[in-house]
Design a protein around this ligand. Sequence first.
Ligand code: SF4
Ligand code: SF4
Length: 276
Amino acid sequence: MKEFEDLKKKILTEYPRLSPRDRFRFECGPDLECFNVCCSDVNIFLTPYDVLMMRKALDMDSTRFLAEYTIVPFDKNQKLPVPLLKMRDTERKECRFVDTRKGCKIYEHRPWPCRIYPLGAASPGETEVNAEPFYFLIQEGHCKGHERAREWTVDEWLEDQGISEYAEFGELFKKVTLHPAFTRGRELAPQQIDMYWTALYDLDKFRRFIFESSFLKRFEITEPKLDELKVDDVSLLRFGFDWIRFAMFGEKRVKVRPDAEKWIKGEGVKPGVANA
Ligand code: SF4
Ligand code: SF4
């Protein structure tokens, strides 16, 4: 993971920072000799919303999707696990969703990094001198799209690639992963990391946890909301973020039942609760 840290440092210190109105030239398409080259030997980290959309495209249970299509690289410096899209075990290490003639087989549900490319987005964090989030342009030698004349503003590109749909969950994700508690050196217990993984990535397991454990005896959720959580994965993910912010950082985003408050205060939210 040192290479990612080095790249992050380089982006923050050397890359020109683009604002939403800045312009760049780019056009991708199957007529280019580099078509699909960018879908091989690449590190694609997935957000919770990416996983949700991709497994929907495949009509797959979340636990099975995570096991079959992702790996979680181990890094002792990383506070939270992040799934990486598993590439084919071939010399070229192609993405398992790429079709050599037609391109991405899950194009409508492709993950955020594939959408925003050739742009990148950086959130320097509050400890940096210049802490404002910014966009930057990724120019790789193999990518011929930069030689085309089509011009975009950053905003136009994000709109064209359907990024706005991902923005709500991108912000929620940042509220957890860039939480000030981590800047202050907060460490998580293994059970808390398991809970984070379940509530944000393994949504089918999270749903079972809500409806099949003692969860509803401890937390108050309205009937209409419960009906929604039973069938709506997007709503479930939104609730997963609330639950994680409550359980990991003590934010009052989930209502504790009055008769369960003593248990919550006395013992704290049990970290291993996701396995209850
Ligand atoms: S133009 Fe760039 S993004 Fe498009 S297929 Fe070629 S390498 Fe990939
Ligand atoms: S998910 Fe689609 S766009 Fe992204 S690397 Fe795989 S084939 Fe390419």
